[in-house]
Design a protein around this ligand. Structure first.
Ligand code: ZN
Length: 147
């Protein structure tokens, strides 16, 4: 169990130090959504491009703690190339897992499973979930989240 914790910690620190898909693009059309977590100082923007009901690109920008930044990096890596409905299911499953709510454990969350332990620390739940909640806003069918 302790080894598992170490593996998860390594995944989080690796993404924090070497974030994937960081930096917003200016050539659209994209939808983006910004989420802040004042209790920790996290400030994350997620930008998503969808084409033919598929996530063709997903980027993140902002600053925050290691949990927040690593979860944004892992999110973008997991979502690119996914069907929008599948991406929505994965994001909702991740949020439920971190919040310690019932979720479908047969859904493969890949590296995002590294955040399982966050449920033990309710104060950090928001750190792990804001990127995913912002992502869900960017793929909502209605509305316009472009600034
Ligand atoms: Zn945080």
């Amino acid at each position: 169990m302790a080894q598992l914790d170490n593996l998860y910690r390594e995944i989080i620190m690796e993404h924090f130090k070497n974030p994937r898909n960081k930096g917003l693009l200016t050539d659209g059309p994209y939808r983006k959504y910004r989420f802040k977590n004042p209790s920790c100082g996290d400030d994350i923007t997620i930008q998503t491009k969808t084409e033919a009901n598929r996530v063709s690109d997903c980027r993140h920008e902002g600053s925050g703690c290691s949990i927040c930044c690593a979860s944004a990096s892992i999110l973008t890596e997991m979502m690119i190339g996914r069907d929008v409905d599948e991406a929505k299911t994965i994001a909702e499953t991740f949020v439920a897992m971190v919040k310690n709510e019932p979720y479908d454990e047969t859904i493969d969350l890949g590296e995002a499973e590294a955040f399982q332990g966050v449920r033990m620390f309710p104060a950090r739940t928001k750190c792990a979930t804001i990127a995913w909640l912002a992502f869900l806003e960017t793929i909502k069918p209605e509305g316009d989240t472009n600034e």
